[in-house]
Design a protein around this ligand. Sequence first.
Ligand code: SF4
Length: 349
Amino acid sequence: MKDSRHGNGLGAERSESIRAIAAFSGGLDSILAGTLAHRAGIDIILLHVKHLWSGGKEAEERLRAAAARVGLPLRIVDATVEHLDVVRHPRHGYGVGVNPCVDCHIFMLKIAKRVMEEEGAHFVVTGEVLGQRPKSQHYKALLEVAEESGLGSRLVRPLSANLLPDTLPVERGWLRRENLLSIQGRGRDAQLTLAEHLGIRDFPQPAGGCLLTEKVYAARVRDAFAHVGKANVGVEEFELLGVGRHFRLSEDVKVVVGRDEGENATLARLAADRVRIDPVDIMGPTVLVEGAPSDDDLALAGALGARYGDHAGRHSIRLKVLRSGAEKTIDVVPLDPADPRIAAWRLGG
Ligand code: SF4
């Protein structure tokens, strides 16, 4: 019996097995691109590059399930630490937030190239669509990304390939132009129609988006870069910047206030060498203070945190302050919620 993936009328007739790595974010476009190439007779290995903003364990489970549904093998590469340097020092700059999308794509594709070589694959496929993102997926950016990743013409974007220069797989006859598409722009209709056509019905809905693109998070990251230096913002610091309310009280003092029990637990886990303040006899937030706070700063940070505690009818609140392993208690008066300093201190509004 003939192998249905080779010489099936979709791809070119050949005896050699052609393999490709398909970059897999878990989104519909990457599923479509990998599936299109697979239906054209290419052996596909899906590749997901994990980083701090790629969604954690739940996202990983969703990816595994999506890969299993389309019946393609999945490799996950954890690039959490290396990816931080892309965010700290993007050569192509940031988008609306601190999202270095062009550099991020190049970084991912350099890893895809490495995996392509390790797996003895011939090329790399992505679900990028021409013009879908104004800053990182316009014509010139797509060509730049192909060049700078080192993939050059071994990078195929099946969804927009017929609007882009020919690639090696087309020149060699591994893929036919008639099996590649000309989708462009931000609309989703063409992808939804294609999903229907390919029988892909159960696909993940777009996630909330990358935290690096968010205004509030970006303001906190910029503040951290300016005050502690880019090199000192590591995995835990970036994680902490996404938790709680953040306030800069002065050049030397920053305060983070938990918003619920889950965040209080995260702040406790990330306390490290920061000062930690917890209420003694009311329900209220855990507070972290970083920098070089004086005793007055700690009292102010405690009063700020207590403003968000459950202190109905009480004037003075007792707090436990843990600093460098030493514990003491202080009494503070919660700040008035209308105190204008609160809004002025708040990072990112
Ligand atoms: S949105 Fe975030 S994860 Fe996606 S390319 Fe941009 S920086 Fe990278």
